[in-house]
Design a protein around this ligand. Structure first.
Ligand SMILES: [Zn+2]
Length: 198
């Protein structure tokens, strides 16, 4: 079942912390700012994320999915600006994940479908998947020419790979680097799942 925003019903990204979408979290954060509350307690933070209780928030905190608490005071208190900064960072990370996954998907498709690039199904895609190499492929007119791949940040791409749940992506079991994928594992179904994931 899709995980949706409690406030507006929009589908949530998988990496999202809490039960609200970014837009709704942002609205609650803005409200905190206008209320001029500098310190946020666990109840306030939980409310911002659309959680039912501070207990739920504390469970999430164990997985490092929250902004850092105010150090040394041994209390569940955050500075509003730290939550704000963390929130921006989450959004940027989410955007980067999405963009990178789409780039990888595009390169997988292009290389897999190109008869010049994909000569044998047992071959690995290699670093072509990151789109940084000069690669010859076949045009629609049947000519061999350099083809355009999407340049992808490898560090982020490896994080995306780590993040994808292997039960939804069984093709990726045992794969620690996109470059190690062999063409027999790359198919349109996998590519479509990857495009839709983030
Ligand atoms: Zn929402």
């Amino acid at each position: 079942m899709a995980h949706v925003c409690r406030q507006c019903g929009r589908e949530l990204h998988r990496y999202q912390t809490g039960n609200l979408c970014h837009a709704c979290q942002e609205k609650r954060l803005e409200k905190m700012i206008t209320d001029d509350e500098d310190l946020v307690d666990a109840e306030g933070y939980a409310a911002m994320l659309g959680l039912d209780s501070a207990e739920q928030l504390k469970r999430i905190a164990r997985d490092d999915k929250l902004a850092p608490r105010i150090p040394a005071i041994r209390k569940w208190r955050w500075r509003r600006k730290d939550i704000e900064a963390w929130f921006k960072q989450q959004q940027r990370a989410g955007d980067a994940f999405r963009k990178t996954a789409l780039g990888i998907a595009s390169n997988l498709r292009k290389c897999r479908n190109d008869p010049i690039i994909c000569r044998s199904l047992s071959d690995k895609i290699d670093n072509k998947v990151y789109g940084v190499e000069f690669v010859l492929g076949m045009t629609v007119m049947g000519q061999v020419e350099p083809i355009e791949l999407v340049e992808v940040d490898k560090t982020i791409a490896l994080k995306v790979l780590e993040w994808l749940p292997k039960e939804d992506f069984p093709e990726l079991i045992g794969i620690a680097d996109w470059a190690d994928m062999t063409y027999d594992k790359i198919n349109e179904d996998l590519i479509v799942r990857l495009e839709a994931y983030f």
